[in-house]
Structures are given as C-alpha cells and as structure tokens.
Design a protein around this ligand. Structure first.
Ligand SMILES: NC(=O)c1ccc[n+]([C@@H]2O[C@H](COP(=O)([O-])OP(=O)(O)OC[C@H]3O[C@@H](n4cnc5c(N)ncnc54)[C@H](OP(=O)(O)O)[C@@H]3O)[C@@H](O)[C@H]2O)c1
Length: 339
C-alpha cells in the first residue's frame, strides 16, 4: 500500500461557472480511522450537481465547503482497515467520503455493496443517492397514477433516467427533456420513454411538449428549472404535482434570474409544487434500496454510468455535469476493482 493519498481540496470559490482553478490536488498521509470508522481504498467517487452549491458561501440546499476543505461525496471502495464490528477487511462498502484515493468512512453510515447485483459504479447512481431521490421524489411527491403523463427534465441524468422508468412501471406516459440526440435515443429506445425532446435543438419547448404530451402534464419532476420548466408550467393539468428536485440551469447564476412570473399558471390547475430533499427520507432508505436493487437485479431498471478515469480528472468530470457530458450517472474511477 502506498503511504500517501491524493485528494482534492477547494482552492477558491467560483464566480459563476466554476473552472479548474477552483480545485487543488494535494498529497497527504493516509488517514488513520477513528473508533467506529473504516479506512477504504476508493475505487469510484461521485461528482454531483449539488456540490456546486457547496462551493459557494451563499445559501444552497447543502452546507458550504470552506476554502481549503477536502471535497466530500459518495464513494465506493474496499475496506482495508476496520474499527467497527459491522465490516471486515476486504468488504466492499459505499458511503460519504472524500474525493481521495483513501478515505475514512463512518461505519454506521456506510452501506454494503453487492457486486453480484450491479457493478460498483451503480452504487453511486441507481443504487445510491440519485436512485433514492428518484424513487421518493416521484412516488411520494409525484404520486403517479396509471394513464397519467409524467414529464422529467434532466431526463438522461442519474436521477431523471430512474424517474422516467419508475413512472413507466406505474403505467404512465413519460416524456423527457435532455440535451442531445444520443440522450433522447437512449431514453426512448432503451428506457421505454414514450417521447423525448432534445431541448438544445428545439426552439419552442411548449410547442414540442404539447405534441409529446397531448393530454397535458399531470406530474412534472424538475431537475433543471429555467425555460424548460417555464414551458412545462403552461401545460399542467388539474391537480398536477410538481416535484422540485434540482435547478441546475440556475446553479452558476450570480443572481436569481427574474422574468415573467409563472405562478399564475398554478391557479387554474390547483397544482401542488413541492421541494424535495432526499435526506428527509433517510428512515425509509432501506425500503428504496431493496426495491431498486430488485429491479436492477431483475434487469427491469436500466442504468448507465459515464466513467472518467483517474482521480486527477475528477474536477473535469464535475464540470462536465454543467455541459451535459454525462449519460446516466457521472462517476470517477479512482482505482479499478476486480469485483
Ligand atoms: N433535492 C435533492 O435531494 C436532490 C438529490 C439529488 C439530485 N438533485 C438535483 O437533481 C438534479 C439532477 O441531478 P443528477 O445527479 O441526476 O445530475 P445529472 O442529471 O446526472 O447531471 C446533470 C445534467 O443536467 C443537465 N443540465 C446541465 N445544465 C443544464 C441546463 N442549463 N438546462 C438543462 N439541463 C441542464 C445536463 O444534461 P443535458 O445534456 O440534458 O443538458 C447534465 O447531464 C440536479 O439539479 C441535482 O442538483 C437533488
């Protein structure tokens, strides 16, 4: 085993869109696990849009990082030292660690990884936090019913791709917005979406959506905000439900965009708009994990990961989320695994 670990720290706060100067790769001693902790050799780490909020001092739905802090996120790896009865050396685990080659995890907050169900990267996507977000956001807030129309923005991403498939399992018509023809083809050909709109090659989103969703929109799962959301709001049906999961179109904005206010469009449909924070569902994570695993194991729930190799490329992988480089879940391979 090497003596040092390379890990990414916050070098400066971004103004608008982050760039590589915001990140600093440092080499440091491998940490010693405290009581109740595991030392993990990291195979894969997750980069997620919410981390953009953590880079800023201002308010977001996640606590800000301080300049100089180790960047944190989901990891999957192998236990190489254990100070807990829960896990032994050699076990594969996932949990909240650092953007690092070696990371300490709180054993109580870690979860086991079963490579016979899915490859390790899936535990950061469909079988990790994004999968749980999709599961609870759609089923608890969206409350989809057979025959209804569900629209998903950011549909080819980690959360959106799972939302659309669960909506199909519930007998809905499903329409997705995504940013390339390769993504829309994946949604309709492999994931069973009824229609998908490439918003980067479409001028009039509301017009395209009225064709794709001729009976209007009963459930809108919003991952992006911005003009896509403005267009969906024009087509909400009576008693529509809107789950506000993410607003990535605004994450790099230096001030909150203003413009024509869309709230009047909530009145006639008596629409319910509800924010979603996946951590609220922690007491039910086990239920979601069992169901998502069963769907993946049965080959019913399709998943995909975009893998960038090398810890040195983690910031590039993160920045790519904002230009839509990923199909499915964006993951960084830190060290290939034999499992
Ligand atoms: N509330 C919660 O608890 C919670 C939990 C997890 C995630 N989230 C949120 O859910 C959303 C999706 O997260 P994820 O992990 O699944 O990310 P993701 O969808 O896998 O990746 C982000 C995607 O956003 C799209 N995008 C980027 N800028 C955009 C823009 N200006 N307009 C439209 N689309 C844009 C890109 O795809 P295109 O090619 O389609 O542009 C990109 O691939 C994020 O907003 C995230 O913050 C919230």
């Amino acid at each position: 085993m090497q003596d040092t670990t390379r890990e990414w720290h916050l070098a400066k706060r971004p103004q608008g869109e982050p760039d590589l100067d915001c990140f600093e790769l440092q080499a440091t001693d491998i940490p010693a696990p405290a009581a109740g902790e595991l030392l993990v050799h990291v195979n894969y780490l997750s980069v997620d849009p919410y981390m953009r909020g953590r880079m800023s001092a201002g308010e977001s739905y996640a606590e800000p990082w301080e300049i100089g802090d180790l960047l944190k996120g989901g990891i999957v790896g192998e236990v190489i030292e254990s100070n807990s009865d829960r896990y032994s050396v050699g076990d594969l685990v996932t949990g909240e660690g650092g953007w690092a080659e070696y990371s300490c995890l709180d054993a109580d907050a870690a979860a086991p990884v079963d490579p016979s169900v899915a490859d390790l990267p899936a535990y950061l996507g469909v079988l990790g936090m994004p999968g749980r977000t999709a599961y609870f956001g759609l089923l608890d807030i969206g409350e989809p019913k057979p025959g209804e129309t569900v629209v998903v923005s950011g549909a080819a991403g980690a959360v959106g791709s799972v939302v659309g498939q669960i909506a199909k399992f519930n007998g809905c018509r499903v329409v997705g917005f995504a940013g390339s023809d390769a993504k829309t083809a994946w949604l309709t050909e492999d994931l069973g979406f009824d229609a998908a709109i490439n918003y980067k090659s479409t001028d009039d989103y509301a017009d395209a959506l009225s064709t794709a969703a001729p009976d209007g929109v009963d459930v809108y799962f919003d991952n992006v905000g911005g003009p896509i959301t403005d267009a969906v709001f024009e087509l909400l049906n009576l008693d529509a439900r809107v789950a506000v999961c993410g607003q990535i179109a605004h994450y790099n904005a230096e001030s909150v965009p203003t413009g024509p206010r869309k709230l009047p469009q909530m009145i006639a449909p008596r629409a319910r708009v509800q924010g979603l924070l996946v951590s609220d569902y922690a007491p039910r994570f086990e239920t979601a994990a069992e169901q998502l695993s069963a769907w993946v194991d049965a080959g019913k729930l399709v998943h995909r990961e975009t893998i960038v190799e090398g810890i040195e490329n983690a910031p590039d992988a993160f920045l790519g989320l904002f230009s839509g480089e990923n199909i499915g879940k964006q993951v960084v391979e830190v060290a290939a695994s034999d499992s």
